[in-house]
Design a protein around this ligand. Structure first.
Ligand code: APR
Length: 186
């Protein structure tokens, strides 16, 4: 089996309930919370998450987190020890750099996790695939491309498991089929 394949797993459910080392948040540039998975993560983590992000805004990103970048905070009341916040692109038809920006969001989130040094398991939602309108399967495929690039180029691979989280059964089944397709033609 493809070495990377065994590190990647589709899982169904609410990312805020997963007992993993880190969950990735599909944030907006303000880092001040919002709806969707961002809202769910902030609700579950508690108010300290917003405070941590406020400090990041003040010290590192006064103008907001650029699209495709990632930052890390503690998970506070979440089961996950860390939250990695990234900002995906808004879908505008696919010809305005959205695919590359989404790749960066997934890649930089994984790089941030590797840099932290004690993250072995990490869970990703389908970044940009909700409010931001990115095609669902396209987002999952972009995630796999980013994980594959990191796996090929990073000096070391510290991860046991990368979970791609389907929020509901249909989403979960879509993730399963995108993973199967991605690794079938390799
Ligand atoms: N667990 C896992 N996945 C979830 C959850 C959850 N609790 N809630 C939503 N999702 C899924 C959605 O179904 C979608 O497939 O996460 C994916 C990303 O959707 P959004 O949360 O809408 O994120 P995105 O499309 O990147 O839009 C980001 O939405 O919530 C605001 O503040 C956020 O402005 C930002 C924008």
């Amino acid at each position: 089996m493809d070495e990377l394949r065994r590190h990647i797993e589709a899982v169904e459910g609410d990312i805020t309930r997963l007992t993993v080392d880190a969950v990735v948040n599909a944030a907006n540039r303000s880092l001040m919370g919002g709806g969707g998975v961002d809202g769910a993560i902030h609700r579950a983590a508690g108010p300290q998450l917003k405070e941590a992000n406020r400090r990041i805004r003040q010290t590192q990103y006064p103008d907001g987190l650029p699209v495709g970048e990632a930052v890390i905070t503690p998970g506070f009341r979440l089961p996950a020890r860390y939250v990695i916040h990234t900002v995906g692109p808004v879908w505008r038809g696919g010809h305005k750099g959205e695919p590359d920006l989404l790749f960066n969001a997934y890649y930089n989130s994984l790089r941030m996790a590797a840099r932290q040094g004690d993250i072995r398991t990490i869970a990703f939602p389908a970044v940009s695939a909700g409010v931001y309108g990115y095609p669902y399967e396209g987002s999952i495929r972009k995630a796999l491309e980013a994980f594959d690039r990191f796996h090929q180029t990073a000096p070391e691979w510290p991860f046991e498991k990368i979970f791609l989280v389907g929020y509901g059964r249909p989403a979960y089944m879509k993730i399963r089929s995108v993973i199967d397709d991605f690794f079938s033609d390799r």
